[in-house]
Write a protein that binds this ligand. Structure first.
Ligand SMILES: Nc1ncnc2c1ncn2[C@@H]1O[C@H](COP(=O)(O)OP(=O)(O)OP(=O)(O)O)[C@@H](O)[C@H]1O
Ligand SMILES: [Mg+2]
Length: 282
C-alpha cells in the first residue's frame, strides 16, 4: 500500500483534547471581539504602585465622561481587591441571564467588576497566573456592553498577570498612568510605562494625583518629561474625596474641572494617535 492509499488514522485522545482546546480558545477570542466590537475607545488606568488612586481616577473619569453625554462603561479587573463598583456606588448587581451579564448602572455609567463574582466581599481571592487569565477572559466573553463611546478599565497595581491579560485581550487604545508626587510612586509608574510600551500599547499620558501641600507636586511632570509622554494634569489631594455617597466629580466643581482638563488631554492624544498612521501613508 502506498502512502497516498493508506486510510487516514483517527486522532488519539490527547490530540483530540488539544484540538478541542484550540477550538475553544479561538471561539472565545471571537466572542470577546464581538462583545467589545461596539466600544469606540478602551482606556486603561494604571500604575505599578498600589494606593495611588487608580480606582478613584477611573471612577471619576468615567463619571465625568458620562456627564458630557457620552456612553461610558467602567470595568474593574482587579482580581484580588475589586472595589470600583463600591467606589462608584452601584446599587444593583449586573443582571445575569443565559450566560450573559448586563452591566450594573451608576451615575450614567455601565459598571462591571470582578467583585460581582465574589460570594462574600470579605473573602480573599487567591489565583495563579493561568486562572487569572481564564477568569478575565470568561468575564470579557460574557459581558454585553452594547454601544459605548468609552470603556474605562481599572487595573490592579503591579506588572503581573491581570494587566498583561487585559493588554493582550482587550486591544486597548491607550493607558493613563497615575502617580503621586512621591519619588517611589514615580519609579513604579515608570515601570508601568515600560511594560505598556513592551506590549505596544500607547501611553496617553500621566496624571499626578494627591498633589498639594502634604505630598508636594512635580513628580508627574518629571515622569512625563522623562518618558516622553503628555502630562495630563494635577488632581489635588482634597477632603472632598471623603464623601463616599457619590463620585467626587459630582461633589466638587473644582474636581470636575481637574477631570475635564485630563479628558481634554486624553482626547488630544487619541486624535494625534488616530492621525499618526495616516501621516506615514503614501
Ligand atoms: N486626590 C485625592 N485626594 C484625597 N484622597 C484621595 C485622592 N485620590 C485618592 N484618594 C483616596 O486614596 C485612597 C486610595 O485610592 P484608590 O483606592 O483609588 O487607589 P488605588 O490605586 O486604586 O489602590 P489599589 O492599588 O489598592 O487598587 C482612597 O481612600 C481614595 O479615596
Ligand atoms: Mg484600585
Amino acid at each position: 500500500m502506498t502512502e497516498q492509499q493508506r486510510p487516514p488514522r483517527s486522532m488519539n485522545p490527547q490530540e483530540q483534547a488539544r484540538l478541542e482546546a484550540i477550538k475553544r480558545s479561538w471561539q472565545q477570542r471571537r466572542q470577546i471581539s464581538d462583545r467589545i466590537g461596539h466600544i469606540k475607545a478602551k482606556v486603561g488606568v494604571y500604575s505599578g504602585k498600589g494606593g495611588v488612586g487608580k480606582t478613584t481616577v477611573a471612577v471619576n473619569l468615567a463619571v465625568a465622561l458620562a456627564q458630557q453625554g457620552l456612553a461610558v462603561g467602567l470595568l474593574d479587573v482587579d482580581i484580588d481587591c475589586p472595589n470600583a463598583h463600591k467606589v462608584i456606588e452601584a446599587q444593583e448587581a449586573p443582571a445575569y441571564a443565559g450566560g450573559i451579564f448586563t452591566p450594573a448602572q451608576a451615575w450614567g455609567v455601565k459598571v462591571m467588576s470582578m467583585g460581582y463574582l465574589q460570594q462574600n466581599e470579605d473573602e480573599a481571592i487567591v489565583m495563579r497566573g493561568p486562572m487569572i487569565h481564564n477568569v478575565i477572559n470568561q468575564f470579557l466573553e460574557s459581558t454585553n456592553w452594547g454601544d459605548l463611546d468609552y470603556l474605562i478599565v481599572d487595573l490592579p497595581p503591579g506588572t503581573s498577570d491581570a494587566p498583561l491579560t487585559v493588554m493582550q485581550t482587550l486591544q486597548m487604545d491607550g493607558f493613563v498612568i497615575v502617580t503621586t508626587p512621591q519619588r517611589l510612586a514615580k519609579l513604579d509608574a515608570k515601570r508601568s510605562i515600560n511594560m505598556i510600551r513592551k506590549m505596544n500599547v500607547p501611553v496617553l499620558g500621566v496624571v499626578e494625583n494627591m498633589s498639594g501641600d502634604v505630598f508636594g507636586r512635580g513628580a508627574g511632570e518629571e515622569l512625563a518629561q522623562e518618558a516622553g509622554v503628555e502630562f495630563l494634569g494635577h488632581l489635588e489631594l482634597r477632603q472632598e474625596y471623603r464623601k463616599e455617597d457619590r463620585p467626587t466629580v459630582l461633589v466638587s466643581k473644582k474636581v470636575m474641572d481637574e477631570y475635564r482638563a485630563v479628558i481634554a488631554g486624553i482626547l488630544r492624544q487619541m486624535e494625534a494617535l488616530a492621525k499618526a498612521p495616516a501621516s506615514g501613508a503614501p
